[in-house]
Design a protein. Structure first.
Length: 478
């Protein structure tokens, strides 16, 4: 059925304003009046500037160009609209439709360039008044306008669809120091992998650690491993082998994993706060409220939430045309960095990214704050100093992990959108360290602060040597 219409039609039909067809004649009156005022006003501007030599200045030259684009924009649409309203002439030829479409969008682009040039004109007039006539000559203005339009049209037309690859530039201005910077990066990545694998191995082999708190710790270790492994190996390839290219699909996959793992990690931290709340405020009901099966269900829900929230990001980017310049000035495929490569309006992408970040972080942080308000109230009611100390110690570990996880991620998110005063290399280094420092410190914090876990690791001889016996039979404990 659909193959019957697979051809270029000879004409299109304009419906007009659906539902208001009987009012078309009356609606045409204000449209016609506004159009006449627009034509008369802009023609007067053009006539006065043309005949008055005193108005042959850059500012009025821009004004005449703006009047010309206004005339083109209105004349390209309103006469046909009025013929539709008054005469019922709804048909437009196929070539006429394409011509109208061209003039509409061309006028919008030229209008935007003129407004930009007028802003520059005001800047020169206020900041460099003595050099105004030498900076903004008619010849310079014409060249600027031609270059502006040429650059705009070339940038968007040079890349039809998406590019085959992007180039990750690394740390701007510090390319000659990449090999030295890679030393702490690789060291921290090694510690991250070793520490989180130790957590996973210890919890999986020790049945006494098969508890909700340690299951959550395993989930956190998995997200830490996923987060660092998604980005750091590629960063080290850039630093060591100068392998800056990343395929378009690989970039979107990396972007998806970075943000989905971040969203899942946020949900795990929220669940850990709830775990602390139940352990302190409802200790007798702990086993029934937080069973291992419920932890599994919570982790599944967290995974589904992360996928549903983050999946639209690469899908939206998949539909966009990109600039001819495919260089991303950072070490990984950050959402806003990729969005800036798009050569059409990206308002939807920007708003969606902002809404998801605020929604995920806002909901989770609100739940965490509520848990700690209730925990503080419960701690205040404890009379025993020992119970008070134990309760505080239970929360300290989670607070430390939460701070080192949320602080860098929020900093990276906000500076990508609003941190224009921060030097590029500082922003890139701090953004990259977000994938290293929290995953590296989380196992250390839990190893130091959680006695039960520390004892199990010690059992394997990782942190403490076995006691030795002297010739007299005395034990020396190290």
């Amino acid at each position: 059925m659909y193959n019957l219409s697979c051809y270029n039609p000879s004409s299109f039909i304009f419906v007009g304003i659906p539902g208001l067809e009987k009012f078309h004649i009356w609606i045409g009156i204000p449209f016609c009046v506004i159009y006449v005022v627009a034509v008369v006003g802009n023609c007067i501007l053009l006539y006065l500037i043309a005949v008055e030599h005193s108005l042959h200045e850059p500012m009025f030259f821009f004004l005449s160009m703006l009047a010309t684009t206004d005339l083109i924009l209105s004349t390209a649409t309103v006469p046909k609209l009025l013929s539709n309203f008054w005469i019922g002439s709804q048909e437009i030829t196929f070539s006429g439709c394409l011509t109208q479409m061209f003039f509409l969008h061309f006028s919008f682009v030229v209008d935007s360039a003129i407004l930009l040039a007028m802003a520059f004109d005001r800047y020169v007039a206020i900041c460099f008044p003595l050099r105004y006539t030498t900076i903004l000559t008619p010849q310079v203005i014409i060249k600027l306008m031609v270059l502006q339009q040429g650059a705009t049209m070339t940038a968007c037309n040079a890349s039809q669809g998406h590019p085959s690859f992007f180039i990750l530039q690394g740390i701007l201005g510090m390319e000659d120091k990449h090999r030295w910077i890679s030393i702490p990066f690789s060291s921290m990545y090694f510690i991250t992998v070793l520490g989180n694998c130790t957590i996973l191995l210890t919890v999986s082999t020790e049945r006494s650690l098969h508890k909700p708190m340690f299951l959550l710790l395993c989930l956190l270790a998995l997200t830490d491993l996923g987060m660092s492994t998604t980005t750091i190996p590629k960063v080290l390839c850039i630093f060591w082998f100068r392998q800056s290219e990343i395929s378009y699909e690989g970039c979107l996959v990396q972007l998806f994993f970075i943000y989905s793992i971040s969203a899942m990690q946020s949900a795990i931290l929220m669940t850990m706060a709830f775990d602390c709340y139940v352990a302190i405020c409802k200790p007798l009901h702990y086993a029934t409220i937080l069973s291992n099966s419920r932890i599994g269900l919570i982790s599944l829900v967290s995974l589904v939430r992360a996928i549903l929230f983050i999946l639209p990001m690469p899908i939206l980017l998949q539909q966009m045309p990109y600039h001819a310049n495919h260089v991303i000035p950072t070490t990984y495929c950050e959402h806003m960095a990729v969005v800036k490569m798009v050569c059409v309006d990206t308002t939807v992408n920007r708003i969606y990214g902002l809404v998801v970040a605020l929604l995920v972080a806002g909901l989770d942080l609100s739940a965490i704050a509520s848990s700690y308000v209730l925990i503080i109230q419960a701690i205040m009611c404890l009379s025993s100093k020992e119970a008070h100390h134990k309760a505080v110690n239970t929360c300290t570990t989670h607070i430390c992990v939460m701070l080192i996880s949320y602080t860098p991620s929020l900093f990276s998110f906000l500076t990508h959108r609003f941190g224009r005063g921060i030097p590029a290399h500082v922003h890139i280094i701090l953004g990259s360290l977000y994938f290293l420092i929290p995953p590296m410190l989380n196992p250390i914090i839990y190893g130091v602060k959680t006695k039960e876990f520390r004892d199990k690791v010690t059992k394997y001889g990782c942190w403490k040597r076995e006691p030795t016996t002297t010739a007299r039979g005395q034990k020396l404990v190290w």
